[in-house]
Design a protein around this ligand. Structure first.
Ligand SMILES: [Zn+2]
Length: 269
């Protein structure tokens, strides 16, 4: 799937999950917590594609998401791609094909998803609000790039960086202190997982079983059969799926906000 679809799917899953937790388990979150979780999950749903390197020195190429913070994120993507390729070569078995590029390898696996989620929580636990502001800045940038791709393209990376910084700072001012922020790690992890699921329904598939060897292959690409696979950038993705993600997001957000709005106007529910 393309960036905007990944980001939308992350937002939809987080909002629907928050609604479900609230409705079925009575787990309430403040509007700010919901907004932060949604943005971080949308950003997390783009994170695995930060493994597409471009030409850093010429400031070209890379996935759209790699251009979020200009040449800095392009460089980050280059490093991620090389690390992924290194891990691929270090763990490949005799039947795994040779690769020149690490895209859709390490960052599209379950251990990576778990590591990123755990790492985020560990950073927040160790450094508190200072880690939170950094993570928010990064993830909000990715989310903006994905959710408002046309705007982000027109605005350019400097504006995207400034808006992300402002949003992260605003959140920072309003976050309660003296506590861990395990929700952020969950949001990043869920985002990465949703990304992998999004790629699984396209024809290329992802190495979801890594590091479990199958038939002398460690990096078996798992996807649904070509006949029913979603074509990247096709009508099913850009109209049907994005439409569905948008509707789910809006309904869940309404469901989450409605009770507090009604309560404010003293309407009994
Ligand atoms: Zn991907």
């Amino acid at each position: 799937m393309m960036g905007p679809s990944h980001a939308l799917s992350g937002a939809a899953v987080w909002l629907a999950g928050s609604w479900g937790l609230n409705y079925f388990a009575g787990y309430e979150q403040s509007p700010l917590a919901i907004a932060v979780g949604t943005a971080v999950c949308a950003g997390g749903a783009l994170f695995p594609d930060l493994d597409m390197s471009g030409k850093v020195t010429r400031n070209q190429g890379g996935a759209t998401v790699a251009r979020t913070f200009g040449v800095v994120s392009l460089f980050f993507a280059e490093v991620m791609e090389k690390i992924s390729l290194g891990v691929y070569h270090a763990t490949k078995l005799s039947k795994d094909p040779h690769r020149n590029n690490g895209h859709r390898t390490l960052t599209h696996t379950l251990p990576f998803t778990a590591l990123v989620g755990w790492g985020t929580t560990a950073l927040c636990t160790a450094y508190g609000k200072w880690a939170v502001i950094g993570i928010l800045f990064f993830m909000i940038g990715l989310a903006l790039r994905g959710l408002f791709d046309e705007w982000a393209k027109r605005a350019g990376w400097v504006i995207v960086t400034l808006v992300s910084a402002a949003a992260a700072y605003f959140t920072f001012l309003h976050l309660p202190g003296d506590r861990g922020y395990p929700m952020l790690g969950v949001a990043v992890g869920v985002g990465c997982f949703v990304h992998i699921m999004g790629d699984i329904i396209t024809s290329n598939g992802v190495p979801i079983l890594w590091p479990v060897p199958i038939k002398r292959r460690m990096w078996m690409m798992i996807g649904i059969p070509n006949k029913i696979a979603v074509k990247v950038g096709g009508k099913v993705e850009t109209v049907v799926l994005r439409g569905a993600f948008t509707v789910i997001s809006i309904l869940s957000a309404l469901g989450l906000l409605a009770p507090s709005v009604l309560r404010r106007f003293d309407i009994e529910v």
